[in-house]
Write a protein that binds this ligand. Structure first.
Ligand code: PLP
Length: 416
């Protein structure tokens, strides 16, 4: 064996692609061990909201590290977790009254699915079918893959995945999606899980708030629980604290992770409405919610999340988001003038477009080639197939944003 023994996620080591060694992060930039500055155009895979190493978050972790590192969370509690839970209830929709901690977006989804099934079982109703939105992504655990799109990335594990009802992604005419949801709800379903307004891993597919509102209304009419997976869209990413807000929708269950700690350390929460909690509440231990992971509500992670909540209360985060959205709109308009840029779209701090293939077969390695081109020029980008997207930390400066887009422009020109 030569080199590092590390087996990286979503990485084909057989291609021998270089793996940069990152030593430091600050604001919108990463610095390699060689001292090279790299602009983080994708917020380190959608997690970094305010910027790398935000001083308040770093200080909160350091200070917590002097007091309490970890404690069992079954039947015990600690102040950082209490502070996060109280803080969340202060800014999330009032109908979401209960906070369940876990440690990643995937686990927050597993928890949501188990809460939904536990709710129906404890109420003595036979409902276990899960409805999903076509092209969705909800994580790489077996439950997450089951409710997500099927493809080459989970084909090998298909025998493990449970059956779901798939609602077609809403096109220009969303009526067929409404009809399918109506029929699936009428046939009996436990819950409908979706990514509100933007399907990230599908290639930043976007659909309008009115469609989300209608989805929620249909679920409500049939008593089907709505699970909003805001793991990517939450924390200002789409221009508002939650994407659901833009549709006036309050889900029954809400999944949050990525930006929950500002993107600094792993933590997730699944928020539930009171009826879901009440369905598990009983003197009977057999009705409790059977879920835990060792690091549930880890105090260091909770301290980071509490600091994130303080930043949201005391710093003009949504103003920064609005400014970034504005600047992104200008850059996207410039890109859209190119004849090979198709379907330019934006929601809040996310921009995306497709690159049209000038020759057949070209797209198969377009993404890794553009990624390498940008990497060589100090920009971290990770296109999804022929979809190019930009999703920087909110603190990114105008000059860095210019560099991101001009590098993409040069990359597309040189590769086409
Ligand atoms: C990233 C993501 C997940 C999975 O989160 P992890 O922390 O990577 O497990 C789930 N749902 C959505 C919408 C995501 O974007």
């Amino acid at each position: 064996m030569s080199g590092s023994p590390i087996w990286h996620p979503f990485t084909q080591h057989g291609l021998g692609e270089p793996i940069p060694l990152v030593a430091r992060g600050e604001g919108a930039a990463l610095f390699t061990a060689d001292g090279e500055r790299v602009i983080d155009a994708i917020s380190s895979w959608w997690v970094t909201t305010h910027g790398h190493c935000h001083p308040r978050i770093m200080a909160a972790i350091a200070s917590q590290a002097e007091k309490l590192d970890q404690v069992i969370f079954a039947g015990w509690t600690h102040e950082p977790a209490e502070e996060v839970a109280r803080g969340l209830l202060g800014i999330m929709p009032p109908a979401l009254t209960r906070v369940f901690f876990s440690d990643s977006g995937s686990t927050s989804v597993e928890v949501a699915l188990k809460m939904a099934l536990g709710f129906w079982r404890n109420r003595g109703e036979e409902r276990h079918r899960i409805l999903v939105l076509e092209h969705g992504y909800h994580g790489d655990t077996v439950g997450g893959m089951s409710v997500g799109a099927r493809g080459v990335f989970n084909q090998a594990y298909a025998p493990l995945l449970f059956d779901v009802g798939t609602i077609p992604f809403p096109g220009d005419d969303p009526q067929p999606s409404y009809d399918a949801l109506e029929a699936a709800c009428a046939a009996g379903a436990a819950a409908f899980i979706l990514e509100p307004l933007v399907l990230g891993a599908a290639g930043m597919l976007m659909y309008p708030p009115a469609v989300l509102a209608e989805f929620a209304a249909i679920c409500r009419r049939h008593g089907v629980l709505l699970i909003a997976d805001e793991v990517m869209t939450g924390w200002g990413r789409t221009g508002t604290l939650l994407a659901c807000e833009q549709a006036g929708v309050v889900p029954d269950i809400l999944c949050l992770s990525k930006g929950l700690t500002g993107g600094a350390v792993p933590l997730a929460v699944t928020l539930a409405s009171e009826p879901i909690y009440q369905a598990h509440l009983s003197p009977d231990r057999a009705r409790m919610f059977f879920h835990s992971s060792s690091y549930t509500a880890n105090p260091l992670a909770c301290a980071a999340a509490a600091a994130n909540l303080t930043i949201w209360r005391e710093e003009p985060v949504l103003e920064r988001v609005a400014l970034l959205a504005d600047r992104q709109a200008g850059q996207l308009a410039r890109m859209a003038a190119s004849s090979i840029v198709e379907n330019p779209r934006q929601l809040g701090t996310i921009t995306a477009f497709e690159v049209r293939a000038p020759v057949s077969g070209y797209l198969s390695d377009f993404a890794p080639r553009l990624m390498a081109f940008c990497r060589e020029r100090g920009v971290l980008l990770r296109p999804l197939g022929n979809t190019v997207y930009v999703m920087p930390p909110y603190c990114v400066g105008e000059a860095d944003l210019d560099t991101i887009y001009s590098t993409i422009e040069a990359g597309i020109a040189s590769l086409s």
